[in-house]
Ligand binder design. Structure first.
Ligand code: SF4
Length: 398
């Protein structure tokens, strides 16, 4: 399995596969052809259907100024090598210099056709969670220690940078007000949720309201095309930071322990990415929000000092009850249902951890099994529900 570092990427929202990935692809392609005087980029599949709402054209033009962008919606998805396919072409004096097909494979990662990627270096001999847990039991180490042994020495600095970017996105989101771009007229709600204490509010209600406010803050920053951290994607970027920031800011857990929890969350995201998918275009929202919910559950269980089996069970519960979740963003924007869905998933992560504390010894389904199920469910899912805005809320509400 590859480094956990590629699970978290800092970049502009609103979509890791539709903005972060295409931006990096454009930037990389421009460096290949410094003498070109014109570029053309053709988008296919989900990028063609929802790229306008997701701001894909702007993201590509940031990396490749002046590029002509074509949204080709004529090729059926089953004739494409990947649901998020881009054809980059460089010209000089009207003559084609070169081209590449580049795939945005989820979470901001890209793959250039027929080329190995920088992210292809294998650091972990284990590829699934059962093998990882087996190794941890054999060596008598926890999941965080296992990760630090496998990664290079820069891992803690990297996690610190990620955590600091997550905090920034929450704080910016909590102080911002106004209408989100895109035409749906959606007002930012994070600040209001954070400040709106109910009369006689119980501790439980306050906790849920504050966590929801944090999730809204990050997701609204994402919808506004500001900087967020993929966790594991932009669309699902509010879940993990919301839960971790609550534990840090409101419950006083130290940063050192938050970093360990983030490392464990990334390990779970990495297992999902390796064995299934974290892309809404490939497997629906279960692959984005389901993965984020699983990661947040694993992180929270780690922070509470639960044992490895409880951590695994918390992550399994979180994914299991997101199975089948479709991706149907209204107008191709990452707003409805995405923002609210981040808040609900953050609360669900807490419930998953609470259940896992008491019931882990009775469980029947492993994390690896639920990941395999999520993947198969995603492959079976009708294309309408995989980030094309051709079904569900996207067609009912306009
Ligand atoms: S519905 Fe889910 S997968 Fe689809 S864009 Fe929104 S957050 Fe991402």
């Amino acid at each position: 399995m590859k480094s956990i570092k590629s699970v978290y990427k800092i970049g502009n929202g609103p979509s890791s596969s539709h903005t972060v990935g295409p931006y990096h692809a454009a930037y990389k392609f421009r460096k290949r052809w410094p003498d070109a005087d014109a570029f053309r980029v053709t988008l296919y599949g989900s990028l063609a259907f929802t790229g306008e709402g997701h701001g894909t054209g702007n993201a590509i033009k940031t990396g490749l100024p002046g590029a002509e962008i074509i949204f080709n919606r004529d090729i059926p998805e089953d004739e494409l090598p990947h649901p998020n396919t881009m054809l980059f072409e460089a010209f000089k004096g009207g003559k084609l210099l070169g081209s590449n097909r580049i795939f945005s494979i989820g979470g901001g990662s890209i793959r250039i056709e027929n080329e190995p990627s920088d992210e292809d270096i294998e650091l972990y001999p284990q590829n699934n969670l059962s093998d990882i847990i087996h190794m941890c039991h054999q060596r008598n180490v926890g999941l965080a220690q296992y990760i630090y042994r496998m990664e290079d020495v820069s891992i803690r600095d990297y996690l610190k940078k990620i955590w600091s970017a997550m905090i920034d996105s929450i704080q910016r989101g909590l102080s911002a007000e106004g209408i989100l771009p895109g035409g749906l007229g959606i007002e930012r709600k994070a600040k209001m949720l954070y400040e709106k204490r109910c009369y006689n509010e119980s501790a439980d209600v306050a906790m849920n309201r504050v966590i929801a406010a944090y999730a809204y803050a990050v997701s609204e920053e994402n919808a506004d095309e500001h900087i967020v951290v993929t966790a594991p994607t932009c669309g699902s970027c509010g879940v993990l930071p919301a839960v971790m920031y609550y534990m840090y800011n409101d419950r006083g857990f130290p940063e050192e322990e938050i970093l360990d929890a983030l490392a464990v969350a990334a390990l779970f995201g990495n297992v999902i990415r390796t064995n299934a998918s974290i892309s809404g275009a490939e497997c629906g929202c279960q692959a984005e929000i389901g993965s984020a919910c699983s990661m947040a559950s694993a992180a929270l269980a780690t922070l509470y000092g639960l044992n490895i089996d409880q951590v695994e069970y918390a992550a399994e519960i979180a994914m299991e009850h997101n199975l089948g979740l479709t991706c149907d963003p209204v107008k191709g924007l990452v707003q409805i249902p995405c923002i609210e869905r981040n808040a609900v998933a953050a609360m669900r992560a807490i419930s998953s951890v609470n259940l896992s504390r008491f019931l882990y010894s009775t469980r029947k389904i492993s994390f690896d099994e639920v990941v395999a199920t999520m993947y198969q469910t995603g492959l079976d899912m009708n294309e309408k529900y995989r980030e094309t805005s051709h079904g569900g809320l996207a067609t009912i509400y306009s």
